[in-house]
Design a protein around this ligand. Structure first.
Ligand code: GAL
Length: 757
C-alpha cells in the first residue's frame, strides 16, 4: 500500500510504506491545541476564562525552546477537548479516566474544568483546595504525569467540552511540559497487560541466527487475563515472515511469562518483532514491537587498510604519541617515510612516538603491509598551538559505570579496544569520568581513591597499548558526583595529571555554580581560563574538554579559553526524545566548530549503558542508533562510546567500525554539517568535506518508513554527482538535480556526493 503526501511549499516528498508502527485508537490526543502564558492568576484555571489572546505552544518541548529563553517561575497551559462517553464502553476494565501530560519541569497543578485534579504527579481528590507548597517539591521534573479519575467523578464533563489547565512552576533551568504521551484515555487492557520487550537484548549466533527473550505480565491485582499471543518476525523490505507462532496464555494476577523467539535473518536485513495479544472474551488487542538489529557495515577486508585521522596536531616539545589505525589480516607491518627527526615508528604496532621541537608541518607517508598486499596513506603532522585537529574518538566510563568506575574496569575497557579491534579503526581515548578522586593532601596533591590504587601505572598501561587516557574534574570544590574538585588546586592538579600521563581532561562546572550562582559571561569563562593556564604550563598535550551544558552559548567563546571541545547541552539519555532533541538542535552552533574546537553534543548511548553498576541495553532502536552515529559524524562531534566494552554485541561493534562513516567525523576540513531542511517529519543535513565533496544525512523523525527527497540546489550543487551509501559502502550511481531515498522510522541514510567531471 502506497500513500503519497505532497507537502506544499517544500520539496520533500514523503511516501509511507510497510514496516510501520501500529497505534491504539480510542484516545483523545493532547499533543496539540495548547495555549500558553507566563505568569500566574487563579482565574486561569476556569473554563470560562478567555485565553484567545494567549500564545500557542507545543507541549512536547520545554518553553525555553519556544521563545521563552531563560524564563523561570509560573506559567500556565490550557487546552479544550471533547471527552466522549463512548470511550467508556470500549474497554474491559473501564475503571478510570487517565490524563497523560508527558513530563513537567519542575512542578505542576492540574485543573479539569476549574477543579484541581492532580499535583506533581499525584491524584488529588475532588473538593481539595490548592496552596503553593507544591512549588517547593524537587525531583519531580523527570516523572511521567498521569492523572486518574473515576468515571463517575463530577469533574469530568462527559460528551462536553472539558478545559484542562496546567499551572507550572519552574524552579530554574529548563521549564514546562515536555516529553511524550499527551493523551486522555480510559484504562484498558493496555494498562493491565504489559510487554517487556527491552530487558533482554538480541543474541547473535553466527551471522544469521538471532534470538530474543521477552515477557508478558498481568499487572492487575485481581483479574485473570486469557487470550492468544501471536508472535511474528517480519522482514521489512519484502514482508517475509521469518518467525510466526500462536500460543494461548492464561495469566493469573501479577504473573509474568517469558517467551523466546529464535529465527534466521540475513545480517543486513531490517526486521520487526511484533507481538499481539487478543483477549479471549472481548477480542480486544494489545501489541508491542521491537526492531531487530541489522548490520550495515560490510566485513572488514583482510587486505591492509589505513583508517582514522589523517592529520595530527602536537605542540612543540610535548610527548608525541600517534597510533596508525589499520585493519587487515595480521601480522601487519607498519612503516613511515619522511618522519621528521625526533619521531620513530614501531613497525610491529604502528605507534609513532618521540617529540618535535619546532612549529612546522610535515607530510609523512604511512605504509601498512601484510601477506595480501599493502596500503599507503599520507599523515599530516602539524606542530603548532592547536591539538585535536580531528574530533577525539574513544570511550568514557560515565554512561556505563557512573561513579562505580574503577582501575580494573578501565584496564578491561582498554584491553577491549584491542581485543575487539576498535583500536584499528581510530578509537583511542580511554576516559575516566567522575568517581576516581579522593582528597587533596597537605601539599595540595590530589589523591586517588581506593578504586584507583596506581594512576601512573594505569596511564602507563593504557599508553603501552597505543591508547590515550583521560580524566575528569570540576572547577568547583566538588564534582557533580560529590567527589573532590579542583577549586583552589588548579595548578597542582594539572601538574599531577601531566605527571601521571593524562591526555584528556573533562572539566565539569558542577559545584562551581555555588561560587558563581548567576554567572555573567566573564564569570562563566573564569574557571576555564584558570585551568587552561595550568594545563599550558605542563609539558603535555591534554585535550581540554569543557563541560558546562552549553551555558552562555559556550560555543561562541570556547575557543577563547582554549577549549578543544565543549558540551553544548545537558546530559544525553538513551531515548529517542533525548537523542533527537540534542542532535537536531546542533545547527545553532555549526559555524563555531573548527579543527581543534569541537561542539560536543555528549557521549554515545549505544550498547550496555546504565550510569552505575546495573547496566541495561540501550533503549534506542537500531534505526535510532544509525541516526545517532550518522548525525554525530556529520556534526564533527567527539565520539565517546559510553557502554561496557566487554559486552560489545555484534550489532554495536558493527555500528562503530564503519571506516567510511568514521571518516566523515574525522574529515580534516573540520566543518560541522548544517541543516538544509527541517520539518517535524524529516531533516536533511550536509557537511562539506576536505576534498570538495559533500556528506549528506537524511533523517526520518517519524515512526513510519518514508522516502525523503533531496533537492541538490539546496547545496548549490549543479551537474552530475556520484552517490555512495556510506553505511553499506556501495556506490548508488550518478545523480543530478534531485533524488529521493527510503529512510527507516527514526532512521538515517548517510551518503557521500562526489563531483563527476
Ligand atoms: C555531569 C556530566 C556527565 C558526567 C557527570 C559526572 O555533570 O554532564 O557527563 O560527567 O556529571 O558526575
Amino acid at each position: 500500500m502506497k500513500k503519497l503526501i505532497i507537502l506544499a511549499g517544500i520539496t520533500a516528498l514523503i511516501t509511507i510504506i510497510s514496516c510501520n508502527q501500529t497505534k491504539d485508537t480510542n484516545t483523545v490526543n493532547l499533543e496539540t491545541g495548547w495555549k500558553f502564558k507566563t505568569g500566574d492568576d487563579p482565574g486561569f484555571a476556569s473554563p470560562a476564562f478567555n485565553d484567545t489572546s494567549w500564545g500557542t505552544i507545543d507541549p512536547k518541548t520545554i518553553w525555553e525552546d519556544q521563545g521563552n529563553k531563560g524564563y523561570n517561575g509560573f506559567a500556565w497551559y490550557r487546552c479544550r477537548v471533547l471527552i466522549r462517553s463512548s470511550m467508556k464502553n470500549q474497554n474491559t476494565a473501564s475503571d478510570s479516566l487517565q490524563i497523560f501530560l508527558g513530563k513537567i519541569d519542575d512542578c505542576d497543578q492540574v485543573f479539569l474544568n476549574g477543579e484541581l485534579i492532580g499535583e506533581n504527579g499525584r491524584n488529588i481528590p475532588s473538593g481539595s483546595t490548592r496552596d503553593d507548597a507544591f512549588t517547593k517539591e524537587t525531583g519531580r521534573w523527570n516523572l511521567d504525569r498521569r492523572y486518574c479519575l473515576a468515571p463517575a467523578d463530577p469533574r469530568i464533563h462527559w460528551d462536553q467540552e472539558n478545559t484542562v489547565a496546567v499551572r507550572c512552576f519552574d524552579q530554574g533551568g529548563a521549564g514546562g511540559m515536555f516529553g511524550k504521551t499527551f493523551a486522555i484515555r480510559m484504562t484498558g487492557l493496555q494498562d493491565h497487560l504489559k510487554f517487556d520487550m527491552d530487558s533482554a537484548a538480541y543474541i547473535f549466533s553466527g551471522d544469521t541466527m538471532l534470538s530474543k527473550g521477552y515477557s508478558i505480565i498481568n499487572t492487575t491485582g485481581t483479574d485473570q487475563i486469557k487470550g492468544e499471543v501471536l508472535t511474528e518476525v517480519i522482514q521489512c523490505d519484502n514482508g517475509v515472515r521469518l518467525f510466526s507462532e500462536r500460543s494461548f496464555i492464561d495469566l493469573a494476577p501479577h504473573v509474568k511469562i517469558n517467551k523466546l523467539v529464535a529465527f534466521k535473518k540475513a545480517k543486513s536485513a531490517p526486521a520487526i518483532l511484533h507481538v499481539t495479544f487478543t483477549e479471549a472474551v472481548t477480542n480486544n488487542k494489545v501489541d508491542a514491537e521491537s526492531e531487530v538489529p541489522y548490520c550495515l557495515t560490510p566485513e572488514t577486508s583482510l587486505e591492509p587498510r589505513i583508517n582514522g585521522a589523517s592529520v595530527f596536531g602536537v605542540r612543540p616539545w610535548s610527548p608525541f604519541q600517534f597510533k596508525v589505525a589499520a585493519t587487515g589480516q595480521p601480522p601487519l607491518k607498519y612503516s613511515a617515510t619522511d618522519l621528521p627527526e625526533g619521531l620513530t615508528i614501531n613497525p610491529e604496532n604502528g605507534i609513532i612516538t618521540g617529540s618535535l621541537k619546532k612549529k612546522a608541518e610535515y607530510i609523512v607517508k604511512l605504509t601498512v603491509e601484510n601477506q595480501l598486499g599493502y596500503a599507503e596513506r599520507d599523515l599530516k603532522i602539524v606542530v603548532g598551538d592547536v591539538i585535536s585537529l580531528t574530533p577525539p574518538m574513544g570511550w568514557n566510563s560515565w554512561n556505563c559505570w557512573g561513579l562505580s568506575v574503577s582501575d580494573k574496569k578501565v584496564r578491561q575497557s582498554a584491553d577491549a579496544f584491542v581485543s575487539t579491534g576498535l583500536i584499528n579503526h581510530g578509537w583511542s581515548y580511554v576516559n575516566i569520568d567522575d568517581g576516581w578522586e579522593d582528597t587533596h593532601d597537605k601539599n595540595g596533591n590530589i589523591l586517588t581513591n581506593y578504586k584507583f590504587p596506581n594512576m601512573p601505572g594505569l596511564c602507563g598501561y593504557v599508553h603501552s597499548l597505543g591508547l590515550k587516557i583521560g580524566i575528569y574534574s570540576s572547577p568547583g570544590p566538588k564534582t557533580c558526583g560529590g567527589y573532590e574538585g579542583s577549586y583552589g588546586f588548579e595548578a597542582k592538579d594539572a601538574m599531577n595529571y601531566a605527571s601521571w600521563g593524562i591526555d584528556y581532561l573533562k572539566y565539569d562546572w558542577c559545584s562551581y555554580g555555588n561560587i558563581a550562582p548567576d554567572p555573567n559571561p566573564e564569570q562563566l569563562k573564569k574557571p576555564y581560563k584558570e585551568m587552561r593556564h595550568a594545563l599550558r604550563k605542563t609539558n603535555r598535550d591534554i585535550h581540554y574538554s569543557l563541560c558546562q551544558y552549553g551555558m552562555g552559548d559556550v560555543w561562541t567563546w570556547g575557543a577563547e579559553v582554549d577549549g578543544n571541545s565543549w558540551r553544548t547541552t545537558g546530559d544525553i539519555e538513551d531515548t529517542w526524545e533525548s537523542l533527537s532533541a540534542i542532535g537536531f538542535s546542533q545547527g545553532r552552533c555549526s559555524e563555531f566548530s573548527a579543527p581543534g574546537r569541537w561542539n560536543d553534543p555528549d557521549m554515545l548511548v549505544i550498547g550496555w549503558v546504565g550510569w552505575g553498576p546495573a547496566l541495561h541495553y540501550t533503549r534506542l532502536t537500531p534505526n535510532e542508533q544509525y541516526t545517532h552515529i550518522s548525525l554525530w559524524c556529520l556534526l564533527a562531534s567527539p565520539l565517546l562510546i559510553g557502554c561496557d566494552l566487554e559486552q560489545l554485541d555484534p550489532f554495536t561493534l558493527n555500528l562503530i567500525t564503519n571506516d567510511e562513516v568514521i571518516a566523515i567525523d574525522q574529515d580534516p576540513l573540520g566543518k560541522q554539517a548544517i541543516p538544509l531542511r527541517k520539518s517535524d517529519d524529516y531533516e536533511v543535513w550536509a557537511r562539506e568535506l576536505e576534498d570538495g565533496n559533500k556528506a549528506l544525512g537524511l533523517f526520518n523523525k517519524t515512526g513510519k518508513t518514508m522516502y525523503v527527497h533531496v533537492d541538490m540546489s539546496d547545496m548549490k550543487l549543479t551537474g552530475k554527482y556520484e552517490m555512495r551509501d556510506l553505511w553499506k559502502q556501495t556506490d548508488l550511481g550518478k545523480v543530478r538535480g534531485h533524488f529521493e531515498m527510503k529512510v527507516m522510522p527514526h532512521g538515517a541514510r548517510l551518503i557521500r556526493l562526489s563531483r563527476q567531471n
